[in-house]
Design a protein around this ligand. Structure first.
Ligand code: ADP
Ligand code: TRP
Length: 321
């Protein structure tokens, strides 16, 4: 089993990214014969086209991953753009990818609907993602539900390639955690960078507090019973809790007597308890830029070795050698 996943450095990471993508992936660190986790900065270029911003998001992403517990001794952590084979394989795969396959991509349509420019890069995003996966012979790709179609497309593209050029690429399986909930944002919609409704993972304490205290609720008074199922404060809070503790907190909401102000304070405390150690670790890492550089250079070297071997196979298969 070879495990691979990635995250875009396209904004400040938030609680939704943590519980929906990073935490499930952390469980796979060090499992299988190799686990790889990459910061997909080529992908981020489809939406971030301000160089200062991209630089900041890239730097933040590696600090965030290390602070959250991705152990570079157990997982290969690297930047996609440090391994040039990604774009080479992406081009070769694009020559066997049917237009119709890409036209069916839900994520592309969603992004265009949100107002993101419909560039060729945005359209061929799934081909680059297929290259990310196939380059490393990844068999298991843990992703959020929204990325399942992309992993299935990587499989379809590998099948097309193998049919055209002989069995050269390994078919990956998406690994979706059904129990991972969609975390609502401060306005009750899905938490997302593009909705401006996030609670950041590593913002200043003041920013976090302001975001949490600003979560939209109905106007029920302290004594009134409240519905945890429709309350964004509870829906965010539950991700921090065990099943039993979440169920006990839900009962407290239903019983009445817990005001929204106090419910938010409880959530803020849960946030600080959970992320306090990671926040401290991130502070430390900020002072160790040499170490962080070493981690990504080492990651690129390890990833590059595998990528080169795959490209050798692919070039032979298509007749470029
Ligand atoms: P955003 O919507 O903020 O731009 P991305 O689309 O970059 O986030 O998502 C990166 C990863 O984080 C994906 O795997 C996605 O499933 C997960 N994710 C994003 N937002 C949430 C959320 N609100 N709840 C759960 N998982 C989420
Ligand atoms: N598209 C993924 C996302 O937005 C990020 C990604 C790029 C990825 N390449 C990947 C995830 C390869 C898993 C494997 O979340």
């Amino acid at each position: 089993m070879r495990i691979l996943s990635g995250i875009q450095p396209s904004g400040q990471l938030h609680l939704g990214n943590y519980f929906g993508s990073m935490k499930p992936n952390l469980e796979y660190v060090g499992k299988g014969d190799m686990s790889l986790y990459m910061i997909v900065d080529f992908h981020a270029l489809t939406t971030v086209q301000n160089p200062d911003e991209l630089r900041t998001f890239r730097n933040d992403a590696i600090l965030d991953l290390l602070a959250c517990g991705f152990d570079p001794d157990k997982a290969t952590l690297f930047f996609q753009s440090h391994v040039p084979e990604h774009t080479e394989l992406s081009w070769i795969l694009s020559t066997v990818t049917p237009m119709g396959l890409l036209e069916r991509a839900v994520s592309y349509k969603d992004k265009v609907q949100k107002g993101i420019a419909a560039s060729v890069g945005l359209f061929t995003y799934p081909v680059l993602m297929a290259a990310d996966i196939l380059l490393y012979d990844a068999t298991l790709v843990p992703v959020g539900r929204d990325q399942k179609q992309h992993v299935e497309m990587a499989r379809d593209i590998a099948v097309k390639f193998n049919n055209a050029f002989g069995e050269s690429l390994i078919l990956p399986e998406p690994k979706i955690r059904d129990e991972v909930a969609v975390i609502p944002g401060t306005d009750g919609q899905k938490m997302s960078k593009s909705y401006g409704n996030t609670i950041p993972l590593f913002g200043s304490e003041k920013v976090i507090q302001k975001a949490i205290m600003g979560i939209v609720t109905d106007s029920k008074g302290v004594a009134e019973p409240k519905d945890p199922e429709t309350c964004a404060v509870f829906q965010i809070h539950r991700s921090f809790l065990s099943k039993e503790d979440a169920s006990a907190l839900a009962d407290t909401y239903r019983a009445g007597g817990l005001g929204y102000g106090d419910a938010k304070k409880l959530l803020f405390t849960a946030y600080m308890d959970a992320f306090g150690p990671m926040r401290a670790k991130r502070e430390e890492l900020m002072k160790k830029s040499d170490y962080v550089q070493e981690v990504v250079q080492d990651g690129a070297k390890k990833a590059g070795k595998v990528a080169k071997a795959t490209m050798e196979r692919v070039r032979k298969a298509v007749g470029l050698i």
